[in-house]
Design a protein around this ligand. Structure first.
Ligand SMILES: [Zn+2]
Length: 264
């Protein structure tokens, strides 16, 4: 019993260390290469003149596979690796990305679009994994059309909701200890990453999906901005209320506007 508890404690400590350790890069390849594209000699992983990867030569079976993968932008930063990072250490990972470590992640907007396609495919092929949600209707034609479109495009739907958080987050978290004075464009990318998590959570039922989104929302903000759990919670609650109020005001004004237009 004692050893079991010790082992879990040890495992948790190691997991936390892994979460907080930034990604390391090392030059594994010290030998000289001759670039097959431009003919220069160089050491390193890429040719400094034309940026072709070291070791690339005539077409082989491997290069055929890589050629197909390039289509998905998978040749350098792997998509599964980015997902492991995003789900394992969301806040630290996002902070690295927005602070300039662009190579740590698969391009986030592409990641969101691809995940939207994947999740839609899974939900279409296995309808039992997630409850099919009916598109929201308001009885106002413009709104209903927008909501139907959003229902069919979960990735943009998720991003649109998330974008409501950009400004209130900027207001509430701009004095954060771990990442002070973040900018609105940085806030945009924070929400893109959170949308990826949100889209993948749609593989589960509504309730589980909501729990996943809430957990990752809190954990991401806590790791990224460096407030304690309570400091994160009350700020994030205000941010959420602001975002929902804004959406509500926009929806209400459209409904009232349409109703007024219908009367005249
Ligand atoms: Zn070259």
């Amino acid at each position: 019993m004692q050893t079991c508890r010790m082992r879990i404690k040890d495992w948790c400590a190691r997991f936390r260390t892994w979460q907080q350790t930034p990604m390391q890069y090392s030059l594994q390849n010290q030998e000289k290469h001759h670039c097959a594209n431009c003919g220069h000699d160089f050491t390193g992983n890429y040719c400094p003149y034309c940026s072709q990867k070291a070791g690339v030569g005539r077409i082989t079976w491997t290069s055929m596979w890589q050629g197909i993968m390039v289509l998905w932008g998978m040749e350098s930063r792997s998509l599964p690796y980015s997902l492991v990072q995003l789900f394992g250490r969301p806040g630290y990972f996002i902070r690295e990305y927005i602070s300039g470590h662009r190579q740590v992640s698969y391009p986030p907007v592409s990641l969101l679009v691809i995940m939207g396609v994947v999740v839609n495919l899974i939900r279409w092929a296995f309808p039992f994994v997630a409850q099919e949600m009916e598109p929201t209707t308001f009885g106002v034609e413009l709104l209903d059309r927008v909501f139907l479109w959003m229902h069919d495009h979960i990735e943009w739907n998720m991003l649109l909701w998330s974008l409501m958080f950009v400004f209130p987050t900027w207001v509430m978290f701009r004095k954060a200890p771990a990442y002070p004075a973040h900018t609105l464009p940085e806030g945009f990318f924070i929400q893109v990453f959170l949308s990826v998590i949100g889209v993948l959570s749609l593989l589960f039922t509504d309730r589980i999906s909501m729990i996943i989104s809430a957990f990752y929302g809190i954990e991401t903000y806590r790791q990224l901005f460096g407030y304690g759990l309570w400091g994160t919670l009350w700020r994030l609650t205000i941010v959420t209320i602001c975002a929902f109020t804004f959406v509500l005001i926009v929806l209400l004004s459209i409904v009232i506007g349409e109703a007024a237009a219908g009367q005249t």
